[in-house]
Design a protein around this ligand. Structure first.
Ligand code: 5GP
Ligand code: ZN
Length: 135
């Protein structure tokens, strides 16, 4: 897709540091890394977000992310991995070509969970479940 940064990376018009590549997917280092080795996994085909991509293609991308996570852990000796995948503006997406963040983690690193820990009541959980299951 024209004027998509990640399509330009796939096309080679914008340089990137490639961690993994096959016919359908590309993994490359994030230019603003949250940690050493922070990698983005993308489908080469342009899909905007999780709601626009076929489920099996999303699953295949997740498989690539798993292998990249293992690779980064083996090579960088990270102690954990955080996967993030933002969708639409409300979901913090800023580049509108679907991508999965693979973020190597070390205990004591400076990253924080993006939400506050606050327990829901049983009533609140039941209410939302009813909303989800409503016909
Ligand atoms: P989002 O906020 O949409 O989940 O993530 C977009 C990510 O793309 C950000 O982490 C940002 O650092 C990364 N990014 C944006 N432009 C470029 C670029 O030109 N090259 C690379 N390697 N990463 C980019
Ligand atoms: Zn694109």
């Amino acid at each position: 897709m024209s004027n998509c940064i990640f399509c330009s990376i796939v096309a080679g018009d914008i340089p990137s540091q490639k961690v993994y590549e096959d016919e359908r997917f590309l993994a490359f280092l994030d230019i603003f890394p949250a940690s050493k080795g922070h990698t983005l996994v993308i489908p080469k085909e342009h899909h905007v977000d999780i709601h626009a991509i076929p489920a099996d293609t999303y699953g295949a991308m997740a498989s690539v992310a798993k292998n990249v996570a293992d690779l980064l852990m083996n090579k960088l000796l990270s102690e954990g991995t955080t996967i993030m995948q933002m969708n639409r503006e409300a979901g913090w997406q800023t580049v509108f070509h679907l991508h999965m963040h693979v973020i190597p983690r070390w205990s004591g690193d400076n990253l924080h969970k993006p939400w506050d820990i606050k327990a829901a009541t049983d009533e609140e959980l039941e209410a939302v479940l009813q909303e989800i299951q409503r016909l």
